[in-house]
Design a protein around this ligand. Structure first.
Ligand SMILES: CC(C)(COP(=O)(O)OP(=O)(O)OC[C@H]1O[C@@H](n2cnc3c(N)ncnc32)[C@H](O)[C@@H]1OP(=O)(O)O)[C@@H](O)C(=O)NCCC(=O)NCCS
Length: 192
């Protein structure tokens, strides 16, 4: 089970059954906002179905150590503001994972994604048992997704190049800017 992480405005924690209504609300209001930047077909699915899948995958990943999925809840209101993930965690000489982020349309433009992801990067890089002890975190972003590119830049992730036709997103194979950071570059969230 991932830890509960508290930032200035967010409580980051694993989703549970009681979060169903908030998850459905966030995905209903954000349907168009997410559609262009999420895997093809995802936003055509019922939010209730996405929620059940999310819970199941989170449980499997917690068991295998392959990923961490956190809901970012506004401390003030309890509303679900966003989802933050570390997926495809590989150990051994790679010791790496992929980061993902998504913020509800009613919460964007307030720095919440950056705030949540800074804490998630702390979790990724901190040594065990408090953190995951990873060496590298990667994130891939469509260049036209300027808000997400900006988040990657604010987090201090480094551009490694452009992967052509990398993922099928919003109905087409889309090029992605590959961002990454290794633990040697991570000064901790307090410094950013
Ligand atoms: C991308 C996303 C997570 C950003 O969430 P957020 O909470 O608004 O992010 P932040 O407020 O931390 O940072 C956003 C930055 O982008 C900037 N930005 C947003 N829209 C912009 C635009 N159209 N042009 C230029 N900059 C823009 C903001 O000004 C801010 O930068 P600043 O702090 O330097 O001013 C959110 O819009 C989202 O969920 N989008 C849909 C799903 C998605 O794209 N997920 C990521 C896939 S890689």
């Amino acid at each position: 089970m991932p830890p509960v992480i508290v930032t200035a405005r967010l409580e980051l924690r694993a989703l549970r059954q009681a979060d169903r209504d908030e998850f459905v609300r966030m995905h209903t209001v954000s349907r168009e906002h997410f559609a262009l930047w999420t895997p093809t077909g995802m936003m055509e699915r019922a939010p209730e179905e996405l929620f059940e899948e999310n819970l199941q995958r989170a449980a499997e990943e917690a068991q295998s150590g392959a990923g961490v999925r956190l809901g970012g809840f506004l401390r003030e209101s309890g509303r679900l503001a966003g989802l933050f993930t570390l997926g495809q965690i590989f150990r051994g000489p790679f010791c790496s994972c992929y980061a993902g982020w998504r913020v509800s349309v009613d919460c964007v433009g307030q720095g919440l994604c950056t705030e949540g992801m800074r804490a998630v990067l702390d979790l990724a890089f901190a040594p065990a048992p408090g953190g995951l002890g990873l060496h590298r975190v990667q994130a891939n972003v469509i260049p036209e997704n300027v808000a997400s590119v900006r988040v990657a830049e604010k987090l201090g992730l480094r551009r490694e190049g452009l992967a052509l036709r990398y993922l099928h997103i919003g109905g087409a194979w889309r090029d992605h800017v590959m961002f990454a950071m290794t633990v040697e570059e991570w000064g901790g969230s307090a410094e950013r």
